[in-house]
Write a new protein. Structure first.
Length: 275
């Protein structure tokens, strides 16, 4: 494993601006070896970034929201009544997908945990273009771009200019609002969304909620984009952790980018004693 002196930065979050102060990192293992990446750890107690790993440009770069968009979409669906609650079942239409888990009926809990694309594509038409756009604007979500269509915008390749895109800093801000009931939506909608994003408890007792996102820059699906947006809590310790990476060169890995981003997040949290 390649060893490097990673740079950790402390950033104060204030609207869309940040003040960057570089400090020496105690972490010597480069978790982003061979890829371009960014890890952000926002401390909800102090309202400051405790750690920024990666360069500022990468953390500010907008990329396709991919399946991380399911989190704001859930808030929209519960807030609008498109989904009455997390137990409402949507019927599979019988169209076979390469992912076997997609080929069955799902409710909101399994939609989120198993990342079911067709479930999202059933919700967005019910919201409609106008309402969906208003939610994006009200949430101040990334570039707010639906020009690729309301069933495809978040799924577009990050190399596509028409994709619904968001940066790591903006993902952090969205998650911060979700966990403080600060989105312009009902508290019930935000609570249900938080509940269905629960993943696991860490060996040290931290509760982890989150969502992966995977995409590709190329048609050959060799250059991956990976996302993991998450919330970590144990007692009065509470954090938002966001990881994103892009392959620098074509990869032969069969692992989706989102799953690798989730692994990287756990590895870094372990380095920091938070896992």
């Amino acid at each position: 494993m390649r060893i490097s002196a990673a740079v950790i930065s402390v950033v104060l979050l204030s609207g869309c601006t940040s003040t960057l102060t570089k400090v020496e990192s105690p972490i010597q293992i480069d978790r982003f070896a061979g890829v371009k990446g960014c890890f952000l750890l926002f401390n909800m107690k102090t309202n400051k970034f405790d750690k920024v790993i990666g360069d500022e440009a990468t953390c500010k770069e907008r990329n396709s929201a991919s399946s991380t968009f399911k989190v704001p979409l859930a808030v929209m669906a519960f807030d609008s009544g498109v989904l009455k609650d997390e137990n409402v079942v949507l019927k599979w239409d019988g169209k076979k997908d390469v992912r076997e888990e997609s080929n069955k009926d799902h409710n909101a809990k399994t939609w989120m945990s198993q990342s079911i694309v067709w479930f999202s594509q059933r919700i967005t038409p019910k919201l409609g273009q106008k309402k969906l756009q208003k939610y994006l604007n009200d949430f101040d979500y990334g570039n707010k771009d639906l020009s690729a269509g309301i069933t495809q915008a978040w799924l577009q390749s990050p190399s596509d200019k028409s994709a619904l895109k968001i940066s790591a800093y903006e993902q952090t801000e969205f998650m911060k609002k979700l966990w403080t009931d600060s989105l312009p939506a009902s508290k019930r909608a935000m609570k249900i969304t938080r509940d269905i994003t629960f993943l696991e408890a860490s060996p040290k007792g931290y509760s982890l909620n989150g969502k992966t996102g995977s995409n590709f820059y190329d048609k050959e699906r060799k250059v991956r984009l990976g996302w993991f947006i998450s919330h970590l809590q144990k007692g009065d310790e509470e954090y938002i952790a966001v990881t994103t990476f892009s392959d620098i060169a074509p990869s032969n890995s069969t692992q989706y980018g989102g799953m690798r981003a989730k692994e990287i997040t756990k590895e870094i949290l372990g380095d920091l004693g938070l896992w």
